[in-house]
Ligand binder design. Sequence first.
Ligand code: NAD
Ligand code: WQD
Length: 347
Amino acid sequence: MAELLITGGAGFIGSHSCLMLLEAGHNLVVLDNFDNSSPESLKRVLELAGPSAADRLQVVEGDIRSAGDLERAFEAAPAGRPITAVVHFAGLKAVGESVREPLRYWDVNLCGSRQLLESMQAHGCRSLVFSSSCTVYGLPEQTPISESAAIQPINPYGHSKAAVEQLLADLAASEAGWRIARLRYFNPVGAHPSGRIGEDPRGIPNNLFPFVSQVAVGRRDCLQVFGGDWPTPDGSGIRDYIHVMDLAEGHQAALDVLLAEPPQLLSLNLGSGQGHSVLEVVRAFEVASGRSVPHTIVERRDGDAASTVADPRLAAKRLGWRTRRCLEEMCRDGWTWQQANPEGYGR
Ligand code: NAD
Ligand code: WQD
């Protein structure tokens, strides 16, 4: 059992990971400013985790860019049991928005991470799991993508993630004792099978899965498929979708390894190693939901790649972790969430 600080714990990936970490017996402090989430997600996490978790989750409303808010979060841990590790989900993640508002993205993602690291150092806490992204690889030269592929992001969001990765490497090299995992997620989707927590994007979804599920539930009319002429078997883009519960398990595995092994800096892909095309996702979602998903093929989207799929072998080797849930389960659980919460958490 460990005392953990979870930044951004109310968000999509954070909420599922908090549930799993509570179920594993850890004590959590969540720091979140609810910029892109609702406190309701954490209420539901507690409801799913059961009565034994009630006093093991403290929620601090605050901003990772604020030294004072971070101080309150570190102080929220039970007396005599200081925070031993941080899982850092907090950040902004919309590619298009990052192109329009680079200052905000660099501020939250880089300055926020820098402030967090300074507070960790001040508290003698040197264990960190960081939410990085396959976006750091940009348009990959080859796929499956291994961790040794070039880091060459192509948008401000990706630049900010790559910068934090570099900062973490510089920090680990500057001082002994840091245990850091930079986890590069591929395309997280789905929801907890209960349908009580899930992804709740604000406004028009940027990503495929929430868009498809909102079309299936009748909230939107038609999916635009960005490109039907990619060099893929059916002409639509291929991605490596990963069930959010598999991703949550990956975080647990990374924490276990970091806390058990000597200090180290890890960089690991979290993906399934299997690609699915947009049209395959549409068909799988239609089967899971029993609804039709009207779609039309339009121009390619700027900045997209034909295919990005993870080489997940290093994560399997270092963490003893691999994905277990298939596309059908991603669609089934995503649909359970969407159907039960057509307007998300009602923000
Ligand atoms: P999310 O937006 O649902 O969660 C992020 C959380 O951070 C939210 O609860 C938000 O309110 C909080 N937050 C934002 N700015 C904050 C600040 N300044 N201070 C405190 N809290 C703040 O996103 P998610 O999908 O759960 O992603 C979590 C992390 O994983 C992000 O860092 C994201 O970049 C990364 N990631 C996500 C994906 C994806 O497709 N979802 C893929 C790769 C990497
Ligand atoms: C998936 C596929 C689209 C929407 C993004 C970020 C990346 C990472 C994961 C955070 C592509 C197609 C999509 C739609 C479509 N996030 N599509 N119609 O672009 O792989 O990655 O999320 O780190 O940084 O860039 O995911 O879900 O947007 O797209 O046809 O309305 O679906 O072209 O082939 P992407 P996505």
